[in-house]
Design a binder for this molecule. Structure first.
Ligand SMILES: Nc1nc2c(ncn2[C@@H]2O[C@H](COP(=O)(O)OP(=O)(O)O)[C@@H](O)[C@H]2O)c(=O)[nH]1
Ligand SMILES: [Mg+2]
Length: 306
């Protein structure tokens, strides 16, 4: 319970902008009003403004309208309670945890466009896993930019985990391959593989990532055990279309939603669930190693409405 509360407080801080935007405006809209169709229209509009996505907002409005006609909600204030309960139900069966390999190392490929927050999110995950007592290795397979390798090295040093690097400009798949061998040799529990987010063309990037996937699978049976796609929450609906491309090409198993602290459009979490059907596994809420929380709908919704 104490842990749950701490997660909510931590999340609530990260969700300040979204809460002010979404819940703040809903509260003032709903205060002292009786529910009617016009009010429900306004609620729907606020949800869309917070990037919940049109289809999710429409569905929520329909559920609200049904509850209204069945006299389950009548006062504006009850709408908030209804929304809270409704949003918690949005992630019923989703598998949010990391699938760890039966035989370590668990290989986690981390993909996403440049600047989405891959390297930072890898640092946070490494920190989280290390706190759990796991032995963590990082693979610097974004070999196209020297700065990228250096950035990951700084994180490795900061957190105190191993890093496997290749030669600058070398073959990223070769780095991933060597990192698998090294991680197994060092009895690592988890290997986090950083990848490039941009090549000359999107096709090139997807081919490169697919190759990396295949190489890793050849070295360690069952790998990659997770393919996490890092999305930048501040890019709103753009993130959704990006995700579709990655999903088609490399088979994403979950989302790391970064930079939730930097946006008032945190409703994107609902849109991801509704439009992509992919589990958000972690959210990033700042730039420090500890600024990450495993995604859990109950604590997320409590934090949003805190
Ligand atoms: N506020 C905030 N900034 C973040 C978060 N995650 C990453 N960033 C910042 O986003 C920028 C790009 O991150 P980086 O990890 O280099 O992205 P990459 O190109 O995908 O590897 C950096 O300035 C990070 O500090 C987050 O959760 N919150
Ligand atoms: Mg990077």
């Amino acid at each position: 319970m104490a842990l749950f509360r701490r997660a909510i407080e931590h999340l609530a801080k990260g969700l300040t902008k979204t809460r002010q935007r979404l819940v703040g405006s809903l509260r003032s809209l709903l205060a002292g009003r009786k529910v009617d169709q016009a009010l429900l229209d306004e609620v729907e509009e606020q949800l869309i403004l917070a990037d919940v996505g049109v289809s999710a907002a429409t569905k929520i409005r329909m559920d609200l309208a049904a509850a209204y006609s069945e006299h389950r909600i009548d006062q504006g204030e009850q709408v908030l309670e209804f929304l809270k309960a409704e949003m918690k139900k949005y992630w019923p069966e989703a598998d949010r945890g990391i699938h760890f390999a039966d035989t370590p190392p668990t290989v986690i490929l981390v993909a996403g466009v440049n600047g989405s927050g891959k390297t930072t999110s890898i640092g946070k995950l490494a920190h989280l896993f290390k706190q759990d007592g796991k032995r963590v290795c990082l693979a610097a397979a974004d070999t196209y930019r020297a700065a990228a390798v250096q950035q990951l090295s700084i994180w490795a040093e900061r957190i105190g985990v191993d890093i496997i690097k290749g030669t600058s400009g070398g073959d990223p798949a070769a780095v991933a391959f060597d990192a698998c061998a090294a991680a197994a040799h060092r009895h690592a529990d988890v290997l986090l593989v950083d990848t490039a987010g941009r090549l000359h063309t999107q096709e090139n990037l997807m081919r490169e990532l697919t190759k990396m996937r295949d190489v890793v699978a050849r070295k360690i049976p069952g790998a990659p055990h997770e393919v996490l796609l890092v999305l930048d929450a501040t890019t709103g609906q753009n993130a959704i279309s990006q995700a579709r491309v990655f999903m088609e090409s490399i088979g994403v198993t979950g989302i790391f939603l970064a930079k939730l602290d930097g946006t008032a459009k945190g409703g994107i979490v609902v849109a991801i669930r509704n439009e992509l059907g992919l589990p958000v596994k972690f959210v990033g809420i700042g730039e420090k190693p500890a600024d990450v929380e495993p995604f859990d709908p109950d604590s997320f919704v409590e934090a949003l409405f805190a």
